[in-house]
Write a protein that binds this ligand. Structure first.
Ligand code: HEC
Ligand code: HEC
Length: 339
């Protein structure tokens, strides 16, 4: 059935909408059952995470999901894993402008960090995928990523007796698309970053000034990059480019007002997730700050909050210092995220 859905590049939205009916019958509304603190340590200031009723994380589910996240068996050529593009040492990004999948194929988008991804209300830069379980199908099918088919993935994995055993322990059934999508999502929900120096209130004078600026009416940064995740998850055009080749949210809604509009990314660990923006065309934080200071390029959909700021060179450095203080060393080196 899924083979019929192999559209190749583009059409992710359609793929996922259709695949949801075929494979992933996610159960109802997310709930918040008690969290197993050994698995998910909710940082101070973070809300309790919510889980789908049929996929509450437990040790078996997370362990299987982690193995699958680092497994190259999911890619047609057996050379690419989720971690190839989402490297834990880089806050689960890949350091490239746009990612490289099977056969060296280059994608069109920059790989986002997966830190705190379990709190996301929707996924991908146009927000077209509603659950983490469904998102797993995207790289599997994507021509420029795994270029595989979920049924072939399952066939490969079922030959591995230890995975077969783990699947039974985790979900009481043999490895199948239900198990693969849910186990990987369970591992992803443990990817939590909330102990940067900014969280621990260990900022020096420059970082502190930068923080005040970030939250001020003068810059309005925190109106989009606000809250515990440093994103409100809203969609905006921030005027960073004079011209765009990626339609952004318009791909999903077909509205002209969503043309070149993208999900606001989290700024946690932004000091290690360069290059920036949906297509990775901005190499450094200093260049990001210059763009905001100029008020971006003109664009019909540019958010009114993006206006010339008139920052002094010291203010720009302070702002950059604050962004760097969002790096969470404990998260980046945590062995629970290593294969
Ligand atoms: C070839 C590189 C590549 C591989 C392999 C890959 N990803 Fe991604 N991932 C990306 C890119 C690029 C995006 C952004 C795509 C977009 O917005 O359209 C992304 C987006 C995501 C998102 C959405 C994050 C958000 O905040 O919206 C999640 C979750 C994710 N990937 C998880 C995974 C998982 C799980 C796997 C393995 C099953 C995987 N990825 C494999 C490159 C990759
Ligand atoms: C109107 C909402 C909005 C405001 C205000 C805003 N941003 Fe952004 N920011 C965005 C969007 C949307 C993107 C992603 C754009 C893209 O992918 O092309 C982004 C991207 C970024 C990035 C790149 C992150 C990454 O991982 O690619 C950084 C850094 C950043 N903003 C910092 C700031 C700072 C600093 C300020 C204040 C001077 C600010 N932003 C104000 C919406 C906003």
């Amino acid at each position: 059935m899924l083979r019929f859905l192999s559209f190749g590049k583009g059409l992710r939205t359609l793929l996922v909408a259709t695949a949801s009916m075929v494979v992933v019958s996610c159960a109802s509304d997310p709930q918040s059952p008690p969290v197993d603190e050994a698995l998910i340590n909710v940082p101070v200031g973070f809300p309790q995470p919510a889980f789908p009723l049929d996929n509450v994380p437990d040790a078996n589910r997370v362990a299987l999901g982690k193995i699958l996240f680092f497994s190259t068996e999911l890619s047609r050529t057996r050379t690419v894993s989720c971690a190839t593009c989402h490297d834990p040492a880089k806050a689960f990004t890949d350091g490239r402008q746009t990612s490289i999948g099977v056969d060296g194929r280059i994608g069109i988008r920059n790989a986002p960090s997966l830190a705190n991804v379990g709190y996301g209300p929707y996924f991908l830069r146009e927000g077209g995928v509603p659950t983490l379980e469904m998102q797993v199908l995207v790289p599997v099918q994507e021509h420029n990523e795994f270029d595989m088919n979920m049924l072939d993935v399952v066939e490969r994995l079922s030959r591995d007796s230890s995975i077969a055993q783990m699947s039974r322990a985790a979900y009481g059934r043999s490895i199948d698309p239900y198990v693969v999508t849910r186990a990987i999502a369970s591992f992803e929900r443990t990817i939590i970053s909330g102990s940067s120096r900014a969280d621990l209130d260990q900022l020096n004078a420059s970082e502190r000034r930068g923080k005040d600026l970030f939250k001020s009416d003068a810059t309005r940064c925190s109106t989009c990059h606000g809250g515990f995740a440093y994103t409100t998850h809203e969609f905006a055009n921030n005027g960073v480019y004079a011209s765009y080749t990626d339609n952004g949210r318009q791909r999903l809604t077909f509205k002209s007002t969503d043309s070149n509009v993208f999900k606001v990314p989290s700024l946690r660990n932004v000091g290690v997730t360069a290059p920036y923006m949906h297509n990775g065309r901005v190499a450094a934080l200093s260049a990001v700050i210059e763009s905001y200071d100029r008020g971006g390029y003109p664009h019909p959909n540019k958010d009114p909050r993006i206006r010339p700021l008139g920052l002094s060179s010291e203010q720009k450095l302070d702002l950059e210092a604050f962004l760097m203080s969002l790096t969470d060393d404990h998260f980046l080196t945590n062995t629970r995220y290593r294969p």
